[in-house]
Design a protein around this ligand. Sequence first.
Ligand code: ATP
Ligand code: MG
Length: 323
Amino acid sequence: MISKDELIKLLPQALNETNLPLPGRTSGKVRDWYDLPDGQRLIVTTDRLSAFDIVLARVPYKGQVLNQLSAWWFKQTQDIIPNHIVSLPDPNASVVRVAEPFLVEVIVRGYITGVTSTALWYRYALGEREIYGYTFPDGLQKNSALPEPIITPTTKGGVTGHDERLTCAEVVEKGLLDKKTWDQVQAAALAVFERGQEVAHKAGMILVDTKYEFGRAADGSVVLIDEVHTPDSSRFWKADTYEARFAAGEDPENFDKEFVRIAYTDKGYRGDGVPPVMPDELWASASERYITIYELLTGEKFDAGSYPVEPRLVANLEKTGYK
Ligand SMILES: Nc1ncnc2c1ncn2[C@@H]1O[C@H](COP(=O)(O)OP(=O)(O)OP(=O)(O)O)[C@@H](O)[C@H]1O
Ligand SMILES: [Mg+2]
């Protein structure tokens, strides 16, 4: 494992943005992408860390972990639903099939938890019992398992960034998707989530909840796009300590971005106004966690790519014929 000192030293080199010699550069909060011929796209996952819908920091190796972990999960789930991956020319980059993204983010939750304003536990603790179109009984405890996983969709943020909560019925009522497609998406989401929980369980982890994006490929089929079961899109808890901590009223040991959110909410920040400045140590710990969860889930040793990333990326694109 890379030492915390090394990770702190790498902070200034963490990949913030790319300027590759390819057309059509566009940036999301975490990814940069470029046009490739034949309906394909190069997606570069940077080291930017976003939470509360804003970019808060750069975390060394985060981009590599997200890119390679997603690719690994896409492989684990390709028998359930086809996905956008074509190849990985670099540890931080994927060549994908461009899809027309559906305007709904498909969040699947197996537990009631969370500290952000859209989180199930946050709403429940405010006293709400009708949440995302589901009725919840009184007396639920934070971090308890739901009887079965539920889908809580949101609109895709668009330029304003913030996602709006929806019920499953509203996805069709608001015309975001036709019923047949939405049924297909829901079934795929639940099946991929179930597979994720099984695989995570074997690795000693609980897949708590996650967000999927789907889209329509050029051939008309529904495909899984974006990222799958990464610590950015999902919550992961350690399985063997969950029960005892739950019984003691303690939060589970988490291996995802939640600990960053908690560090901010501990300082009273929930996403409004100027975020407080956090110490380098927090971002080095974040890096350690991303690498650890990669190794736990895949059972493979993390093969750290070289920094700086950009010249390596350019060399790999030349080598693989994409430039
Ligand atoms: N195969 C694909 N075809 C088209 N768009 C894709 C594909 N895979 C991912 N995307 C889109 O690329 C973007 C990835 O960028 P990033 O993860 O940085 O976005 P983001 O800041 O999380 O914003 P968003 O809320 O839109 O996901 C997302 O908007 C996602 O919908
Ligand atoms: Mg995203």
